[in-house]
Design a binder for this molecule. Structure first.
Ligand code: ADP
Ligand code: MG
Length: 655
């Protein structure tokens, strides 16, 4: 008798469940996808105990015929695929016919469904892959699937589940993502009776982003213009470079409406922000790529979260260039106050799965800059590690659908409930607070706006050219006035950006400005640098460093880019060689050149603690306004901060 046996279906399903059902959020994902495939417009997700105790998804989709409902739990039973060829033109989210039997094999599952064409519905109950009930029932068309006690029969899996809050955060993140992709449908997420998300159908993605994240986040985002090229289409939102997240959790990628993770697209996104953001930081991005089904293979992984593109490098460059273009064109200005930049030591470990909100390290001293209000409520379980306090007096919904912006108190309220007036030291309490019986009326200061003031929320950095320089702060920052507010410009990074673009332009045109050195500088190299040197000698020459080998492991520098002080020449070349050796081995020629130009620019730029006269400061602003990308220096630090007129007026209670 042979030793090989075919596994019974029950075991095969459990094995498949290992891949398909990793955690409660995977169940939510599969069931949501089924509801969307069934054409549902109204999707409601209920969970209890982070999804371990209960997950219920109710939809108003097509429903299932009685016979189909029974068949749906068979392995490889699907209504979405007929022939092998269909695999290459998949337009539904599901197609493998694995989800329902897999989920049913590791939980107690309850299905209620009614197809529109049948007058009664069907109720099926399954526990650990065994059917315990199947009967007729009266209900509306549509489907409700309840999954209880996930992994009750797989103790090993249960042990791997994280805390209730973490699992809930994964689910919340998932529902949010799907709601962003399907704006014409309504989504509701309720946890233990408390509503965490409710979004109703809207006409534009911008409105949906507002519903989910609120206007403060929306103001930090740049909408990508609808871009199409060779059958590929890209839409979505990306954040301005000053929004710097510590991990990839805020990057949402969709291919043909399918939520995926994809290294190629992540790389394209990072490449678009190259030199605009520090390397360990990530933007917030919501990218929707649409393409003909045959361009992308979705049958790569059982959980259908990975894809393979036929023309990978084309897609990569298309996405990178489209994002880069919009970042360069929008030239958005950052407003004060900005949070402190993340410290490298505090960086979160990149999440294993970008789609899911992961627990950032508790010790992170700096929160990501993009605090998602409204989505606060989605992020809080993760960020604070506690469940939301139950609102007094019951289950009032958390108002995700219409997030209120701080400071939108009704007019008039501000005079009494606004921030206390700053009292000067030594003067004691103000009369109003000392004699509480007498409330001095605050005079109505809501007069006309200062002449010519702009209150626009979004201001382009093109206004830099029109600023009036007021002076210099600590010999390091230029302070300037504009119609839109008060500006502070970091003189070093401003000059760095100007030089960076100049060096890059000149070297590309083969016209680097160079200064010959009277006595060549001799530079000893490490073994690694010496090996790297021949590869970059030509590029060094292009930006103005003429060098040649000079004996064993030594090079002689004969000329350097104009503007580089003698003391900086050696250090700059060293730095370039180090970068070439350590980081840029896999970099493209262009990235290498940009790295070199960044190094030269940083060394040649005006330092901080350098007094500047009025003409120099004005020149800096003029030149900065003419750069392609005045928002951030080549290392990604912000250059100019604006204290918006609106906030100044608000601070003085004038609006
Ligand atoms: P797949 O989605 O890959 O086809 P599933 O196991 O997820 O496989 O689902 C099996 C089948 O059950 C689907 O093909 C579909 O016909 C049916 N089905 C599942 N969920 C729903 C739903 N919410 N509404 C209508 N039909 C559904
Ligand atoms: Mg499915």
């Amino acid at each position: 008798m042979g030793r090989i046996r075919i596994l019974p279906d029950a075991i095969a399903n459990k094995i498949a469940a290992g891949e398909v059902v990793e955690r409660p959020a995977s169940v939510v994902k599969e069931l949501l996808e089924n509801s969307l495939d069934a054409g549902a417009c109204d999707l409601r997700v209920d969970v209890e105990a982070g999804g371990r105790r209960l997950i219920r998804i109710a939809d108003d989709g097509s429903g299932m015929l009685r016979d189909d409902a029974l068949l749906a739990f068979e392995r490889h039973a699907t209504s979405k695929l007929r022939t092998a060829e269909d695999l290459f033109s998949i337009v539904t989210l599901g197609f493998r016919g694995e989800a329902l039997p897999s989920i049913a094999s590791v939980s107690r599952l309850d299905l209620e469904t009614r197809a529109r064409e049948e007058s009664t519905g069907t109720h099926i109950e399954i526990a650990g892959a065994k059917m315990v009930r199947c009967e007729e029932m009266a209900r509306e068309p549509g489907t409700t699937i309840t999954v209880r006690d996930l992994f009750y029969n797989v103790p090993a899996r249960r042990k791997f589940l994280r805390s209730e809050q973490t699992e809930l955060a994964h689910i919340a993140s998932l529902v949010t993502h799907y709601s962003l992709a399907h704006i014409a449908k309504s989504f509701e997420l309720v946890h233990a009776g408390q509503r965490l998300l409710l979004v109703t159908p809207v006409g534009s993605r911008r409105e949906r982003v507002f519903q989910v994240f609120g206007d403060a986040v929306l103001a930090d985002l740049v909408e990508l213009p609808d871009t199409a090229h060779e059958g590929f289409r890209l839409t979505g939102f990306v954040s301005q470079p000053q929004v710097q997240k510590l991990n990839r959790n805020s990057i949402y990628l969709f291919i043909n409406g399918r939520l995926i993770r994809d290294k190629l697209l992540h790389h394209a996104l990072t490449a678009a922000y190259h030199n605009l953001m520090p390397p360990q930081c990530f933007p917030f991005a919501l990218l929707f790529v649409d393409c003909p089904a045959e361009e992308v293979d979705v049958n790569v992984h059982p959980s259908k979260t990975e894809v393979r593109f036929q023309r990978g490098s084309f897609v990569h460059d298309f996405v990178r260039d489209a994002i880069r273009r919009v970042l360069v064109e929008s030239r958005p200005a950052a407003s004060l106050p900005l949070a402190a930049p993340p410290q490298p030591a505090a960086l979160a470990t990149p999440s294993e799965f970008s789609l899911l909100i992961d627990t950032p390290p508790a010790a992170t001293p700096h929160q990501p800059r993009l605090i998602i209000p409204g989505a606060h409520d989605l992020e809080w379980p993760v960020v604070s590690g506690i469940l939301p306090p139950s609102p007094p007096g019951g289950n009032a919904p958390v108002a995700l659908s219409s997030p209120a912006r701080p400071g939108t108190a009704p007019p008039g309220a501000s005079s009494l409930s606004g921030p206390a007036p700053t009292s000067l030291p030594g003067l004691g309490p103000t009369p109003a607070t000392a004699r509480s019986a007498i409330r001095l009326p605050v005079p109505d200061t809501h007069g006309p706006l200062p002449a010519g003031a702009w209150l626009d929320a979004a201001v382009s950095l093109d206004v830099l050219a029109d600023l009036r320089v007021i002076g210099q702060l600590h010999d390091s920052f230029i302070v300037a006035a504009g119609r839109d507010g008060l500006w502070i410009i970091d003189q070093h990074v401003a000059h760095e950006r100007i030089l960076f673009e100049q060096v890059l332009r000149q070297s590309t045109a083969g016209q680097a400005h160079r200064q010959p050195l009277l006595i060549p500088l001799v530079l000893p190299l490490t073994m690694g640098q010496f090996i790297e040197y021949p590869r970059i000698a030509e590029d060094l020459r292009a930006i103005g460093f003429d060098t040649e080998p000079f004996g064993a492991r030594t090079i002689a520098i004969q000329s350097a880019p104009a503007g580089l002080a003698p003391g900086e020449i050696e250090r700059s070349v060293q730095e370039i060689l180090d970068v070439a050796e350590n980081e840029l081995r896999s970099a493209t020629v262009e990235e290498l050149r940009r790295g070199m130009a960044a190094s030269v620019a940083c060394r040649a730029a005006i330092k901080i603690n350098t007094p500047l006269d009025q003409t120099k400061m004005e020149w800096l602003l003029q030149e900065l306004a003419r750069t392609e990308f005045p928002m951030s220096c080549p290392h990604g630090r912000p250059i100019a901060l604006r204290y918006p007129m609106r906030d100044i007026l608000k601070g003085f209670h004038r609006i």
